[in-house]
Design a binder for this molecule. Structure first.
Ligand SMILES: [Zn+2]
Length: 232
């Protein structure tokens, strides 16, 4: 398997997934109701529905629901969506220290749970994060917290991976950041293509992790067990 992370994309999913012919098309968004308009019109329709039959009331309620679903921020905020109330920057603030440490910092096997924004079904797995400090380090426990803040939102795995990497890059200005995420998606396991063993692997490599193969390989070696997805 090609382990060159600069090309480690969803095209390099584990063989089980490739054999099943799965692509992320399985996660492509269903046709959506036009968000803003449905939501905007809902109160008006609701008033009109008051004097009408049960069908109209149900129709207005359905329209309201579609409007709400279209706007992630308006969804009820269960534990799985708490990340909207937390600022990723604040998560790191107060825990950044000026320390000369030139070696790679790696935190692997960070458990995460998220929700697929296309199907409103969970995806979960392991996240591995590394950075090469440039005069500043962050408290170790802040990295799993950062993963949690971004995970507890409606997400797609690709964007989640990049958001974690970019937040660290911006806040710490290190020589580089690497993030690899391995996850099982209930939307692939229980519906559509029904591939219960498929694992989706995404990565974001920044700075030296992108430009220096040796650094990248060291990181991949440190997070490797018997292969990507084996611990998910
Ligand atoms: Zn999905």
């Amino acid at each position: 398997m090609n382990r060159d992370p600069s090309t480690l994309t969803l095209a390099h999913l584990p063989c089980s997934l490739l054999a099943a012919g799965v692509t992320l098309a399985a996660c492509s968004p269903p046709a959506r109701a036009r968000p803003g308009k449905a939501g905007d019109k809902a109160p008006d329709n609701h008033r009109r529905a008051e004097g009408q039959g049960a069908d109209s009331v149900a129709g207005a309620a359905a329209q309201q629901l579609r409007g709400n679903l279209a706007d992630h921020q308006q969804l009820p905020q269960p534990a799985d969506a708490q990340g909207y109330q937390q600022d990723p920057e604040e998560t790191l603030n107060g825990a950044i220290f000026p320390i000369e440490y030139d070696e790679m910092v790696v935190i692997r096997d960070i458990d995460f749970f998220s929700l697929c924004e296309h199907h409103l079904l969970p995806f979960y797995g392991k996240c591995h994060v590394a950075y090469l400090p440039n005069g500043r380090i962050v408290g170790l426990s802040k990295i799993p917290r950062l993963v949690e803040v971004y995970s507890r939102r409606l997400q797609v795995q690709e964007r989640l991976t990049v958001q974690i990497a970019e937040a660290l890059q911006q806040k710490l200005n290190p020589h580089g950041v690497a993030v690899v995420m391995e996850a099982r998606h209930l939307c692939m396991m229980m519906r559509g293509v029904e591939t219960p063993n498929a694992v989706a692997v995404t990565s974001s490599m920044q700075g030296v992790f992108q430009s220096q193969q040796k650094t990248r390989e060291e990181f991949l070696q440190l997070i490797r067990r018997s292969g990507p997805g084996s611990g998910v």
